[in-house]
Design a protein around this ligand. Sequence first.
Ligand SMILES: NC(=O)c1ccc[n+]([C@@H]2O[C@H](COP(=O)([O-])OP(=O)(O)OC[C@H]3O[C@@H](n4cnc5c(N)ncnc54)[C@H](OP(=O)(O)O)[C@@H]3O)[C@@H](O)[C@H]2O)c1
Length: 354
Amino acid sequence: MATRTAVVVGALGVIGRYIVERLRELPDWKVVGLSRRKGEDRDRVRYIPVDLLDTTDTASKLADLGDATHVFYCAFQASGTQAADYARGIAANRDMLVNSVSAIERVAMGLQRVVLVTGTKYYGTHLGPFRTPAKEDDPRHMPPNYYFDQIDWLTARQSGKRWSWTELRPQTLCGFAPGTPMSIVPVIAVYAAISKELGLPLRFPGKPGAYRTIYQVTDSAHFANAALWAATEPGCANQAYNITNGDYFRWGNLWPRIAEVFEMPLAEPQTISLTAQMADKGPLWDAMVARHGLKPHRFDEIAAWPFGDYVFGSDWDVMTSTTKARQHGFHAVVDSEEMFVRLLAQFRTGRIVP
Ligand SMILES: NC(=O)c1ccc[n+]([C@@H]2O[C@H](COP(=O)([O-])OP(=O)(O)OC[C@H]3O[C@@H](n4cnc5c(N)ncnc54)[C@H](OP(=O)(O)O)[C@@H]3O)[C@@H](O)[C@H]2O)c1
């Protein structure tokens, strides 16, 4: 019987979807998912479509969430065209948090924990080289960064309350969420499939330096396990944690394995703007969907090319320490190279790409 009720804010995103699915496996949880689109209601999972930027509508639609015990906040709105600039999008990202948490807190007398998902941009990973491995108590970079506004608002709001917060900082999610495709796996899968369709070898499209430097990612399913841990562990109250797969890799070692998954020859990196070069590939994609009998995902909902440019453009070490999470009890790790091979192979067998 369900004794806990989670409100997953941003429930259809590349983080939220996986938290919903993880909680759905556990009989003691009920889940309410919030996003503008309406998800498909299932046992113990119901979705409320709501625009969190509309304060009045949010308050009225969330007024019956009196039994909420946990909030997983993973909503996000992009602003600007470059993913490296997303951290500047303060107003929408602060207001969605304020509106949703305020509305829930007002009615949920048994609220226990608010898990806020931020990210390693906290350290300025999007700006250039930073101190590595970054640790949770490292100083912030020069603002603006909406994470700082979110954290500061939440910590002030929590002060003196019975509930507590936990902040999680992942890096480059690896999952699949059509319509909110800020994941590097579909970017690689669709880029490889289009290269193959055009008779090209597989080339790393990022900066030469990015091929060689240290990078890290976060499997969405692994992150959902971390979020569950963070929500329920008493010792995580009012703490921040870096959450990644727990290992590091170099694209240069991984790219040959990706070429194997797609049965393609590998060639030297060639730096391109994915945003620019993929802009005219929609009709080609539609033809590929028909010719190969793929699942009918629209080109613009499947891969976020600006996100790909951002990830493959980091020619400095991107490395955070997950020691604190391990010391506090979250021990799970994922082998990133194996994860990419597994997820990309699933994209092929699942008929998302040929
Ligand atoms: N993805 C990554 O690689 C990554 C890495 C590190 C950190 N993060 C951080 O994690 C957080 C979540 O990001 P994400 O990648 O999971 O985002 P995402 O995949 O784009 O999902 C965003 C979610 O928010 C919902 N949403 C957006 N605007 C809304 C509105 N006005 N009202 C209601 N719902 C709204 C979206 O659904 P609808 O569109 O249906 O409204 C969706 O469910 C962000 O702060 C991000 O910076 C992400």
